[in-house]
Each structure stands twice: as structure tokens, then as C-alpha cells.
Write a protein that binds this ligand. Structure first.
Ligand SMILES: N[C@@H](CCC(=O)N[C@@H](CS)C(=O)NCC(=O)O)C(=O)O
Length: 237
């Protein structure tokens, strides 16, 4: 009986040692040349920049100036950015790129189920972002205010209260009990909401605020934010 308990304990420690060891290997063992093409904005590339910053992996962060875009556009796979060049090969689609890097750098959770939960949350955050972007895109100021009032009263509290509950139940993480790329996407978007709505925007959502602050205090991300070009925060209307 004692032997059985001892053997189970040993195998548990062996498995957790091996998985932690693999995790740290995945975070440092990367010899590829990466170049990220995007505009000088957070937009659809900021979570990719956060993933590189978290992993401490070097990449070229090419921020395309407007006058250069028509020429560069012709050379991209689908005429849009972000595009990631991996050893000179171009790949498109922001979330495909982010998920690929997250997998490489150990940010997709511990199980297939957790990887699925990351995807679900990232896509749901995309739905919320699309609602918020309607405000930015509306040129007519009266219509823009109507959209803002609706999003502020309906979509924002609907999604944020659900996210708050999830993060609270997971003890401060959006998925499982450790950092994932979904947490990084949360931090990027919550930061943008604060830029749009002011620093009190997350006052009713302490777990979300805590998650954002925790991600922004990860050493690699903290130092990226300190160096980030000043134009990056979302414009406030
Ligand atoms: N589904 C694509 C959408 C990419 C996209 O719409 N990119 C915009 C910038 S956010 C773009 O390249 N716009 C310039 C253009 O279409 O000429 C993704 O997530 O990567």
C-alpha cells in the first residue's frame, strides 16, 4: 500500500517535471527568423506582439507607413495585414498566426479542452471587438452616438459580466489555472476599452482588471509596453 502511494507520488512529480521542462524548452528553443508586417497600430496585430514579448522571442516588428502600403499590399498573400514571415515565408490571418505561435510557445493550455476554451474566448472577444468597432467606423456623429449608447448599455455589460465570472471562477485566468494566449488577447482588448472609455471602464469587473494588470506585469510584456511607440493606443472619439 505504502509502496503504491510512493510510486504514484513519484510518477506525479516525474510527469510534472517533464511537462514543466518541455514548457520551458518550448519557450526558448526557437531559431526561426520572424518578421511581422502591420500598421503602426495595435489593431489586429497587438496580441501577436504580446505573444512574442511573453515568449522573449526576437522578431522584426515592421510598422508599415501609409504611403508604403499600396506597394506592400501587392506582395501579401491576400492583400491584408497582419502577415508573419517565418524564415521568409509569408502567412496571413491574425488569429491563425497567433494560435500557431501560442502553440509553439506553450500558451494553449494544458489539454485539448483548454486549447478549445482559448479559441472560444478569443473568437467571442472578436465578436465584442466587432461591436465596439462599429462606433469607430460610423462617420455620422449622431448615428455614432446612438451606436455608442447601444454598445455601452447592451453588448459591453453582456460580454464583460460573463468574462468576469469565468476569470473569477478560474482564480484569475481566462482558461485553466495558468497563462494562455487568451489572457494576452484579453489584456490587449481590455486596454483598448480603457483607452476608449476611460480608466474607470473596468471598475465593475475586478477580475478582468486584475487579469489585465497581471499580463501587463509579465516581464517581457512590461518591457515591450515601455518601448511601444506612443501612437499605439486606440484613438478616442
Ligand atoms: N481576417 C484578417 C483581416 C485582416 C484585415 O482586415 N486587415 C486590415 C487591417 S486591420 C487591412 O489589411 N487593411 C488594409 C487593406 O485592406 O488594404 C485577419 O484577422 O488577419
Amino acid at each position: 500500500m505504502y509502496l503504491h502511494v510512493l510510486l504514484s507520488a513519484l510518477s506525479f512529480f516525474a510527469v510534472s517535471f517533464i511537462s514543466n521542462h518541455n514548457r520551458s524548452l518550448r519557450m526558448t528553443d526557437d531559431n526561426h527568423q520572424y518578421k511581422l508586417l502591420y500598421f503602426d497600430l495595435p489593431g489586429k496585430a497587438e496580441h501577436i506582439r504580446y505573444i512574442f514579448a511573453y515568449a522573449g522571442v526576437e522578431y522584426e516588428d515592421e510598422r508599415i507607413q501609409k504611403d508604403k502600403w499600396p506597394e506592400i499590399k501587392k506582395s501579401t498573400p491576400y492583400g491584408k495585414v497582419p502577415v508573419l514571415e517565418i524564415d521568409g515565408q509569408q502567412v496571413a490571418q491574425s488569429n491563425a498566426i497567433a494560435r500557431y505561435l501560442a502553440r509553439k510557445f506553450g500558451l494553449v493550455g494544458q489539454t485539448e479542452w483548454e486549447a478549445l476554451q482559448c479559441d472560444v474566448l478569443v473568437d467571442t472577444l472578436g465578436d465584442l471587438q466587432a461591436a465596439v468597432m462599429q462606433i469607430m467606423k460610423e462617420p455620422d456623429p449622431i448615428k455614432r452616438e446612438e451606436i455608442r449608447a447601444r454598445v455601452t448599455k447592451e453588448e459591453l455589460p453582456f460580454y464583460l459580466s460573463k468574462f468576469e465570472k469565468i476569470v473569477q471562477e478560474n482564480g484569475g485566468f481566462s482558461v485553466g489555472s495558468d497563462i494562455t494566449w487568451s489572457d494576452l488577447v484579453f489584456a490587449v482588448l481590455l486596454d483598448q476599452f480603457e483607452s476608449m472609455y476611460g480608466k474607470t471602464a473596468l471598475n465593475g469587473y475586478p477580475s478582468l482588471k486584475g487579469l489585465k494588470d497581471k499580463v501587463h506585469n509579465i516581464p517581457g510584456i512590461k518591457s515591450y509596453l515601455e518601448k511601444r511607440p506612443p501612437k499605439s493606443p486606440m484613438p478616442r472619439h
